[in-house]
Ligand binder design. Structure first.
Ligand code: SF4
Ligand code: SF4
Length: 255
């Protein structure tokens, strides 16, 4: 069995909630990325979707187009994609249509974390974005509705696509290896919204945690460090703060 367009339609209808209704996290990461949210730029991560998801998106919107490689590295990534998948890109954050986001857009920066024994126990994050994704440094903002929809959607997908489940098990194992090497616990959000951590070099042992156990990445630890990081990424740091006016939603018009 595999995911068909109608199955992605089901996922899209049932995975609509934002990570947080209160915080517009793109406002914080965009200055580190030329004014665009980090997860909305194909330069950072080329969006790869199942061809059936692409078929559905094409029918619903012109927001997405086939991704055109820009250099040898991106050409290689596209050439090596599995036959069932393809690379696409959207028109950018200013044109985002929430109901026409891919499943990957909805899930970012999280992936479903599996124990060594193969149990799905919560949400972990794509750690290579720790230095630019503000959400990763602020897991307390993730809302219960989002957690519920995230897990229900992945369970729905895994029932139909074993390869996707295997890929997430591999991703979880890779995270255990990397964090053990760094001697750092893996932060997890459990299905009930509580926090857990996977202890390093412990064979994957999970214990209860508090949000205070998870230190923010240096770039998000103070306004000073944040502004330094913006400068390092080539942005304009003046006036940028980790405490913007969250009520101002149309941030991209005033980056
Ligand atoms: S999820 Fe992370 S990378 Fe994406 S917009 Fe929010 S802070 Fe930026
Ligand atoms: S569809 Fe929206 S959330 Fe997804 S990459 Fe494009 S702008 Fe970002």
């Amino acid at each position: 069995m595999s995911m068909k367009p109608k199955h992605f339609d089901h996922v899209f209808k049932n995975f609509e909630s934002a990570i947080s209704e209160k915080y517009d996290c793109g406002r914080i990461c965009a200055p580190l990325n030329g004014g665009e949210p980090v997860c909305c730029t194909a330069d950072n991560a080329i969006p790869v979707v199942e061809k059936s998801e692409w078929k559905l998106l094409k029918k619903r919107t012109d927001l997405w187009r086939k991704y055109k490689p820009v250099d040898a590295a991106s050409r290689k990534i596209v050439e090596e994609l599995a036959d069932t998948t393809c690379a696409i890109e959207c028109k950018g954050a200013a044109h985002c249509e929430r109901h026409n986001r891919t499943m990957a857009c909805r899930a970012f920066p999280f992936f479903p974390y599996f124990t060594k024994e193969g149990d799905l126990v919560g949400l972990a994050y794509y750690w290579i974005f720790e230095d630019r994704c503000w959400v990763i440094s602020n897991l307390q903002i993730v809302e219960q509705t989002y957690i519920d929809e995230f897990l229900a959607s992945y369970k729905y997908v895994f029932k139909r696509d074993e390869a996707d489940e295997d890929a997430m098990k591999d991703q979880s194992a890779a995270m255990r290896r990397v964090f053990s090497r760094w001697n750092r616990p893996i932060p997890l959000i459990a299905p009930d919204g509580s926090f857990k951590k996977v202890l390093p070099k412990s064979g994957g042992k999970i214990v209860d945690a508090k949000i205070e156990d998870f230190e923010p990445h240096e770039n998000f630890s103070s306004d000073k460090k944040y502004r330094k990081a913006i400068k390092e990424w080539g942005g304009k740091a003046k006036g940028k703060t980790l405490s913007p006016d969250w009520s101002e939603k149309e941030w991209w018009k005033n980056p």
